[in-house]
Design a protein around this ligand. Sequence first.
Ligand SMILES: [Zn+2]
Length: 166
Amino acid sequence: MSGPVPVSAEERFWSHVVKGPAPVDCWIWTGAVGDDGYGRFWVPQDAGGQRAMRPQRWLYEHLTGIALHPTVLLLHACDVPLCVHVDVDQALSHLAPGAHRGNMLERVQRGRHRNASTALRFAGLPRSERVRLSRELREAFRDHGWDATAVRACRTGIAADTTTLW
Ligand SMILES: [Zn+2]
């Protein structure tokens, strides 16, 4: 048999992710981005056809083996919609199911998951600005990797009081 080797969903997934250099950094999705500013990952279905999922949701289910109920949200502690930094260890994960919102908010308030390398902040931005910023970031990370200069060029939409760490 010859021809291209089929690419697994996992390989496709990681081909669209740029990880920050530090263990606490965000992992930025650089694939498709929807009208809500969140990523889209197309996953083949057992019954045929494909379904678009939020990539962080796909990774959560892939790593934990837990199928999230459609009504359960995955919440970002880091407040970066394109971040897919899921870890089975809740102390390290930037995402957790909605039931844990109290814990996540507490962590955000302690600054634990404020993205140390980018100081990105989406909170308080109107939806249209969040979507625009998501798309700019997606393109910057996709084209330049984890490049401080490229990302800084996108930071016009970020709250003025955000501390610049790089
Ligand atoms: Zn993150």
